[in-house]
Design a protein around this ligand. Sequence first.
Ligand code: 5AD
Ligand code: SF4
Length: 494
Amino acid sequence: MDSYIDLKNITTEELKNVDLDRVNVACSPPDLEPQRQYYFMAKCRQIVKSESERLGRPLYACTVTMGCQMNARDSEKLTGILLAVGYEEATEETADFVIYNTCTVRDNANQRVYGRLGVLHGYKRRKPGMKIALCGCMMQEASVIEKIRKSYPFVDLVFGTHNLFKFAEFLYTALVSDRMVIDIWQETDRVVEELPCERKYPFKSGINIMFGCNNFCSYCIVPYVRGRERSREAEDILREIRGLAGDGVTEIMLLGQNVNSYGKNLEHPLTFAQLLEKVQEIEGIRRIRFMTSHPKDLSDDLIRVMKQSDRICRHLHLPLQSGSTKILRAMNRRYTKEQYLALVEKIRREIPDISITTDIIVGFPGETAEDVEETLDVIRKAGFDNAFTFVYSKRTGTPAAAMAEQVPEAQVRQQFDRVLRTVQETARKQAGRLLGQVEEVLVEEQNAHEESLMTGRLSCNMLVHFPGGRELIGQYVTVSLDECRGFYYMGKRR
Ligand code: 5AD
Ligand code: SF4
């Protein structure tokens, strides 16, 4: 047994290179994290290996991601662990292990999960060894857990957003048990670093800089399911980015529900602008993006740092939600229509080539045709490059759900169409503004419909399709933007 590794003697830095097949799992699991998770990865690895030998084929795992960039990042962590324990990655939901990383921002996302669970049940009937897991924001709702317990007893594993770092341990329990394993935490102040992660793209990556949200916009369930705002230590973020740069990542996206309030609760407070200044010094990082900005916290310092930087991308996602000051107040957004417009004007004055995108909700309780008129006015004046328009969704437990004047569905539909049309008009106008220019793109992938074309992303986040080969993936190339087709360009290499 001498050649076996005892994880209790291994430092966190050494863990990444540990050979899981040599880990001693005959002893009790370590208490320390993330060592404990590596111990369970080693245990899972044995099970996956013997099951695979029994079946005479590899075992497959499929991670399905719903919702935002934060979930996409979390899914990379889930996949990282699944690959580390010996599964092969699959895209089909007929795999041996299927996990849904769910979103609950709007109710239709929840309904979709229930619908798809029915389909998964069918697969599982035909494949008894199959395991089904659910995690993500939807699982932080008590009513959801109740429903899954009662109506979907074939689900094997359920966990939430606060204890995702324990996935390897849960996976082990689910693999050795026939009962539904449920573990949901209400809160956490823990951030466990240095777990495996399988990036979707080798050249770009998201990085969490903070978790949770303290804003309590009255329609939004996020503060309840993701908990209070917690920033990661700058040194940890910078170390992670340096590591990614060392792995060949050149574009990063700093992630948080409200990145503009980054650093407030740290022992040594640091602003988001100051963090960006440090990030852009990291060698090898050519492009920096971030998501999402709350208008009420966007500082002049941030505008200055963006303006002076040739690495921070020319794109800002700045959710408006509504153009009516009355509705904004009811939403608890803490800015007025005029303040939002003044902010956009200031940003455009300082950084003329910036692209500004937004989120808009239609049908918030009490919203009248006049309120929607105000939203249309802001859309025209701000000249958004793109906007995601959502129908208001009533989320149980949020203040807005208890508001008296819920808007009838037919009226919401009508107003939604008006907003969408106006958004499309301004976006089309804005989209064409780089026509004829030669710009740098980061090549991301081969075009899904036309093999001879490659797809690259501009600093402003728009896509360009141009003739080229797969060897360009991950490279920066200059292309002429010859034709604008709504939300993307057709171009040629220069
Ligand atoms: N209904 C509709 N849209 C919502 N969003 C958040 N909560 C709701 C809701 N209850 C939208 C907001 C936010 C985006 C991520 O989702 O526009 O910016
Ligand atoms: Fe939700 Fe508002 Fe927080 Fe965004 S800022 S996550 S909309 S509460």
